[in-house]
Ligand binder design. Structure first.
Ligand SMILES: [Zn+2]
Length: 416
């Protein structure tokens, strides 16, 4: 396959990203919660630019923005999101949207490219109101009841009210036309430091890790913190603390290279200074891209809990409350990103799983999906200091456009 003559315009990509950073600026980052004025302005900004890429703009009833092409031939869907976490970075989301826009601008009018890149900005990837509401709506996995139940986690506003305030209430939600797209491609900042520390420019995502979550409940005996002798206490809080330490000692012997685990919330009951906690609860999460590793760790967790319970003083119950199978990225798309990286990034790419969730995992349920990462300076994200070197942003855009060109050419080539 020959290299396309069409290339990303790096200066234009940087100018667009900075234009989006100028909407809802917070220090060097942005503050754009879902359906805030800054987010809505960003959506309008995108919609106004889609015609430059020969795309018709639609904002649908869940706040997704689409650029749709009337050109015959294969269609590749590309995009990401425009809202941010609170007081967060300027690239988490917009990078993928602007790369998609740039690919559409470069390729949709190119005579040697069959078909077109279509652009999507998925609403609420950052989960202010729910979990992947925009992309789930598009794949048909979001009900009206789900929308009724969705509320802003930090501001007291329902999703219905937010849609009403944004002028989107009553609009139809656009649902994927099955078979329309050859697949979905999303670019994102890595949000980790692997690429930077390895001197690499492109991460080719192999899978998006699954998240398994557990509620672990410790039952002891509530009693007076002054009069109860240490020897006879059944302190559920202390048992919880010891259990956390025991996990940290046991898991490294059984985990995979990239397994991570976190105790994100601890509750002591009744939670008073002069009362020995009779009950304690922790929410515990494990992430990995290999279910076999998780099975091993979960078995260990249950064995440790049973051991403590068998000693008779404290009872520990482990309940799995979320099972997240990893989303596998399409292998042919991965090969294409790798080939494009050889052309545009000197082959400085690596295949790696994504430890963070992305809309691509939702899209992968209905079409081939793939992702590429660019380096994050210091691995920082979800913070206003998040950044990527301009040169790396430009290299990423070139690899992205080249990948789109190759995917469309391959899909549009006559069968041999
Ligand atoms: Zn993101």
């Amino acid at each position: 396959m020959t290299e396309t003559s069409s290339r990303a315009d790096g200066a234009r990509v940087l100018a667009d990203l900075n234009a989006l950073r100028a909407i809802g600026t917070y220090k060097t980052g942005v503050h754009k919660p879902t359906f805030s004025d800054a987010h809505l302005q960003s959506l309008q900004w995108l919609a106004a630019r889609l015609p430059d890429a020969q795309l018709a703009a639609t904002t649908d009833g869940i706040g997704n923005v689409f650029g749709t092409s009337a050109k015959p031939g294969p269609k590749l869907l590309a995009g990401s999101h425009l809202e941010s976490q609170n007081h967060a970075g300027w690239l988490d989301g917009p990078l993928g949207v602007i790369y998609a826009l740039e690919a559409a601008r470069v390729l949709n009018g190119a005579p040697d490219i069959p078909g077109a890149v279509e652009v999507a900005s998925w609403c609420d990837e950052e989960g202010h109101f729910g979990s992947f509401l925009g992309s789930r709506s598009y794949v048909g996995a979001l009900t009206e009841t789900d929308i009724d139940a969705a509320r802003d986690r930090t501001a007291d506003r329902s999703m219905r009210q937010a849609l009403e305030d944004a002028g989107l209430a009553g609009r139809a939600r656009l649902v994927a036309e099955r078979g329309r797209h050859i697949g979905y491609l999303e670019a994102h900042i890595e949000q980790g430091e692997h690429l930077e520390t390895s001197g690499l420019k492109i991460g080719i995502v192999t899978s998006i890790v699954g998240i398994w979550q557990y509620r672990i409940v410790f039952t002891g005996e509530q009693n007076h913190a002054g009069t109860t002798r240490m020897a006879i206490r059944k302190d559920a809080g202390l048992a919880l603390a010891k259990f956390c330490v025991a996990i940290d000692e046991a898991f490294p012997k059984l985990c995979g290279v990239r397994t991570v685990w976190t105790t994100g919330r601890i509750t002591l009951d009744p939670g008073a200074p002069s009362i020995i906690p009779g009950r304690a609860e922790m929410l515990f999460q494990i992430r990995d891209d290999n279910p076999a590793v998780i099975e091993r760790l979960e078995a260990e967790l249950r064995r440790m809990a049973a051991d403590v319970t068998a000693q008779g003083r404290i009872g520990i119950a482990v309940e799995r409350i979320r099972t997240g199978a990893p989303a596998m990225m399409d292998s042919a798309f991965q090969d294409t990103i790798e080939a494009a990286s050889r052309t545009c990034a000197g082959g400085r790419s690596v295949r790696m799983p994504s430890a963070a969730g992305h809309d691509a995992q939702v899209l992968s349920t209905i079409m081939p999906a793939a992702m590429l990462f660019v380096p994050s300076i210091g691995g920082i994200s979800h913070h206003w200091t998040e950044n990527t070197a301009d040169a790396d942003i430009v290299t990423g855009a070139e690899v992205f456009v080249e990948t789109c060109a190759r995917l469309l050419k391959r899909a549009g080539a006559p069968a041999t």
